[in-house]
Design a protein around this ligand. Structure first.
Ligand code: 6GU
Length: 229
């Protein structure tokens, strides 16, 4: 998968070099390119924002650098890219979204800052690719960079070969619409706390039933919104 990220803070994405995704990049499963939006400006101050038409607080990102950046990262695209703009005003990014995007050959992430990007940029981007405005949740971050880090990690780990054991992907929270069951390892008794005896029983059917029950209990307690009425 090819990923292009456009941001005024490109060094934030240096963190993608480490850990699991760093290995995926080294092995060629993930081809990530980070671009500085200011490289697509032409004035001495490398201006990327301006005051909003109609007045109001804050600044708006200018369309021209975005137009040039999007042209550049989609120029020799092998397939029509998905162009993601992280935004608290977007649709919710979920595990299902991550699954969907994990099969795309080319993802472009446009990180906005300040009060947003000139609205015409989204319209123009729709000529170059399939545009998605995506939000992590109902809270506000200063910019899209941290949200894109989260999205790239959620998507990248679903690409076959990136996570070592594919079974660890199926059994985790949200893959079946429920929270994950609790996990335990040795020792069986630690600081007066026992591991649930069923897990030591060797009865695989009983273990599976107990885990399913725990998933339901936890989901009811912590995330009742995930359960059907
Ligand atoms: Cl995707 N962007 C920003 N700026 N804030 C957010 C978000 C995204 N998701 C939740 N809050």
């Amino acid at each position: 998968m090819r990923i292009d990220v456009v941001s005024i803070f490109p060094t934030i994405f240096d963190a993608l070099e480490v850990s699991l995704l760093g290995k995926a990049r080294q092995s060629g499963l993930l081809d990530v390119h980070v671009h500085d939006l200011r490289a697509f400006t032409h004035d001495r101050h490398r201006t990327v924002d301006d005051t909003p038409y109609g007045g109001g607080a804050g600044m708006v990102m200018k369309p021209e650098p975005w137009g040039e950046a999007l042209d550049a990262v989609t120029r020799d695209a092998v397939a029509r890219p998905v162009i993601v703009f992280p935004s608290p005003a977007g649709e919710r990014f979920t595990q299902a979204t991550a699954r969907e995007l994990s099969v795309a050959p080319h993802l472009v992430f446009g990180c906005g800052r300040y009060e947003g990007i000139d609205e015409r940029v989204f319209d123009y981007a729709a000529e170059l690719g399939d545009v998605r405005l995506l939000s992590l949740g109902d809270y506000v971050l200063n910019g899209g960079e941290v949200a894109v880090m989260a999205m790239v990690e959620a998507i990248g780990r679903l690409i076959p070969g990136v996570v070592g054991n594919p079974e660890s992907l199926v059994e985790e929270s949200h893959e079946d619409g429920l929270l994950e069951y609790p996990s335990f390892t040795k020792p069986a008794l630690w600081r007066e706390r026992e591991v649930p005896p069923v897990l030591l029983s060797g009865n695989h059917g009983a273990v599976a039933a107990w885990r399913r029950e725990q998933q339901l209990v936890r989901t009811r307690e912590r995330r009742p919104d995930l359960l059907p009425d």
